[in-house]
Design a protein around this ligand. Structure first.
Ligand code: ZN
Length: 402
């Protein structure tokens, strides 16, 4: 029995509200020895006041030392073991553009490439063709390629990247990439490793043959390679596992997609953090659980811009009174991983986390930051344990055993 089996068994319903606020890539590092992290340098009166009321700690996104992508990082926060629920690259790419992959669909990441007169690849990324030029080509493939017995969906992504989804019966995804990883040779034929995947490989081959005819006159992108064939793993929903009606509020497609994978309703079409909070307030009576995602703490960390990340944390802090005014029974503030400006990338470092409820046991923390959080009552813990804690604090978990 794992934790999700327990919550599935023990959850009970009431009218409490839980809010999970995720500042992407929240955790940071000092730039100078003994200096502050981004979060410690930021002026965050609201987070500090929440830290004083609640309980703080540092969450380990996956396992100690493992640097996560935002996909596994969020699955962990949602309480799904990221090592058990593996999201294949094709599905992640489709999810990343907000496409709802169905059970049984095969999703494939594709690259436009440039072929010479002999059909050999001369540029594996079609000169990094701009999105304005590549998106119409992807659309054209979606309109023109017809394969009997299977629905073919083509969605542009960015520059030379696009995704193809095959929707039909009995399709496997154990198919090798067709990108030969070098130029001067043609794309590889799709090779399958089991019976259902042979069907997929046949469809992929047919897709390729039709696609090169459709693209024949295109100067930059007249070929394509296919990578990361994947189907969606069976993922139980929030309703099944936790008994909550869950809503997701995000600006970026990937996070909407991830929330959809666990059965959250994606609500509103906010463009800013303030608008996200507008959506939250408006939907307050319709859901039990709200996931609100803020992207820019991660973006500025990835830029390696310490000061800009500090500003983003301050912007995040400034909306908290609006969230608190809704009087959630449980409010959690955390991140899906650290993105220290010093590293200009995601990192493995545990993430400052705080939880506020009427029944949490307050600790001595009076500020929200990495140094303070490690002395907090949550200590250092794996992110996957946050959801059971949230439910318990919301009075939504019954006793285990007599
Ligand atoms: Zn992230």
């Amino acid at each position: 029995m794992d934790t999700q089996d327990l919550t599935r068994m023990l959850h009970t319903k009431n009218d409490s509200k839980i809010v999970l606020l995720v500042a992407d890539g929240l955790g940071g590092l000092p730039v100078e020895p003994n200096g502050p992290t981004e979060l410690e340098a930021a002026r965050t009166p609201n987070l500090d006041s929440l830290a004083a009321q609640g309980v703080s700690g540092l969450s380990i996104p996956i396992k100690p030392g493992i640097t996560p992508g935002s996909g596994p990082g969020h699955l962990g926060l949602f309480g799904y073991d990221p090592l058990k629920f593996l999201i294949g690259r094709g599905v992640l790419e489709a999810t990343g553009i907000g496409f709802g992959v169905n059970q049984g669909d095969v999703a494939i990441r594709c690259n436009f490439c440039t072929l010479d007169a002999n059909g050999n690849i001369c540029d594996r990324r079609a000169g990094r063709i701009p999105t304005e030029e590549s998106a119409p080509l992807a659309k054209l493939l979606g309109e023109r390629v017809k394969i009997p017995g299977v629905e073919v969906i083509v969605e542009p992504v960015k520059e030379h990247r696009f995704v193809v989804i095959f929707r039909g019966e009995g399709l496997g995804a154990a198919v090798d990439d067709t990108d030969p990883q070098k130029t001067g040779v043609p794309p590889l034929a799709p090779v399958a490793h089991d019976e259902p995947s042979k069907k997929t490989a046949g469809i992929a081959q047919e897709f390729y043959s039709q696609a090169v005819k459709v693209l024949a006159d295109q100067p930059k992108a007249n070929g394509l390679t296919m990578r990361g064939f994947a189907t969606k793993p069976h993922i139980p929903t929030y309703e099944e596992v936790y008994g909550v009606r869950a809503a997701a509020i995000a600006v970026y497609p990937m996070y909407k997609g991830l929330a959809k994978l666990v059965g959250m309703d994606v609500i509103g079409a906010p463009g800013t953090l303030e608008e996200e909070i507008d959506v939250l307030a408006k939907a307050w009576n319709d859901y039990d659980f709200f996931f609100v995602h803020f992207k820019y703490t991660d973006s500025r960390g990835e830029d390696g811009n310490f000061e800009a990340k500090v500003k983003m944390i301050e912007e995040f802090d400034s909306v908290l009174p609006r969230v608190a005014a809704l009087k959630p029974d449980v409010l959690i503030v955390t991140g899906d991983h650290s993105t220290p400006a010093k590293l200009a990338s995601h990192s493995w470092h545990p993430v400052p986390t705080l939880l506020v409820s009427d029944v949490c046991r307050p600790d001595g923390c009076t500020t929200f930051g990495e140094k303070a959080a490690i002395c907090g009552g949550l200590g250092q813990f794996e992110a996957i344990h946050l959801m059971p804690l949230a439910l318990a604090n919301a009075g939504r978990l019954e006793k285990f055993g007599a």
